[in-house]
Design a protein around this ligand. Structure first.
Ligand SMILES: NC(=O)c1ccc[n+]([C@@H]2O[C@H](COP(=O)([O-])OP(=O)(O)OC[C@H]3O[C@@H](n4cnc5c(N)ncnc54)[C@H](OP(=O)(O)O)[C@@H]3O)[C@@H](O)[C@H]2O)c1
Length: 230
């Protein structure tokens, strides 16, 4: 039985791109580009291979990503883009809103938002979702995943988010695989870590990953892991 049938949610891959010491940004927040062009091209192939790509509003406000699969030739089908934005802060001039002609946008907030005319011309799929009952403030991830399964038939989801949402997915036991690009750079302990606290006090509480692949992309490596629930 597949994960999506057994758990009534998509199969979830968490994509990370970091320095060798697991930093996503320097102490001043500089983050573009840690990994090289070959890795970034592979990320576009990965987006094209998933039904949807999900991010948090923190990443949108920091990077203004388009989250489309930009390949040559362009893929016949683009993934849905999903943004989790409890407070409805998605900027009207963001690339996500301005490119709805290229790929669908699912905008999840905790409250109603004013009607937005998308720059790309196609409607934005806005949904109200309940607040998370556990962990940091945010939307209820289980409700989001039910919505993606029931309303959009999304079976494969790639999470491309910053440390806050990446940690929330992991801690909720909602990550099946990690695809981790690492560049041979050291940013030091004052750079921003790829994860926030995982509340690991004893080594016996550490998350155990099972490596399934190791591929070079230029100077970077991509390691793939299966994640076991602890
Ligand atoms: N290297 C990489 O792989 C990679 C990938 C993506 C981003 N980044 C970097 O990550 C940084 C942004 O990261 P970030 O951690 O600040 O932002 P984030 O993880 O992208 O988004 C976090 C926000 O999502 C919202 N959210 C909604 N539901 C949530 C839930 N259940 N749990 C947690 N958050 C939820 C919260 O804002 P509300 O409460 O307002 O909704 C939260 O503050 C940027 O510097 C970006 O460049 C790196």
């Amino acid at each position: 039985m597949t994960i999506e049938v057994a758990l009534h949610r998509p199969t979830i891959t968490l994509k990370l791109a970091t320095s060798l010491d697991a930093r996503i940004a320097t102490v001043t927040g500089a983050s573009k580009w840690i990994t090289g062009p070959q890795s970034r091209a592979e990320v576009h192939r990965m987006r094209a291979a998933h039904d949807a790509v999900l991010t948090g509003i923190g990443t949108v406000l920091a990077d203004d990503p388009e989250l489309t699969a930009r390949l040559e030739p362009m893929p016949a089908r683009q993934p849905w883009r999903v943004v989790l934005d409890r407070q409805g802060r998605l900027p009207l001039d963001s690339k996500l809103i301005q490119t709805t002609d290229r790929a669908g946008l699912i905008w999840c907030t905790a409250s109603e938002v004013a009607a937005v005319a998308p720059g790309g011309g196609r409607p934005i799929h806005h949904h109200r979702v309940g607040a998370s009952k556990a962990g940091p403030k945010g939307l209820d991830l289980h409700e989001v995943l039910r919505l993606l399964t029931d309303t959009y038939d999304i079976k494969t989801l790639m999470v491309e988010a910053g440390p806050i949402l990446a940690t929330a997915f992991l801690r909720a036991g909602l990550v099946d695989q990690i695809a981790w690009f690492r560049a041979p750079l050291l940013l030091g302990g004052d750079g921003r870590s790829v994860f926030d606290s995982l509340d690991v006090e004893e080594l016996s509480q550490a998350w155990v990953l099972h490596q399934t692949d190791h591929i070079r992309f230029g100077r970077d490596v991509l390691d793939r892991f299966d994640v076991s629930p602890t």
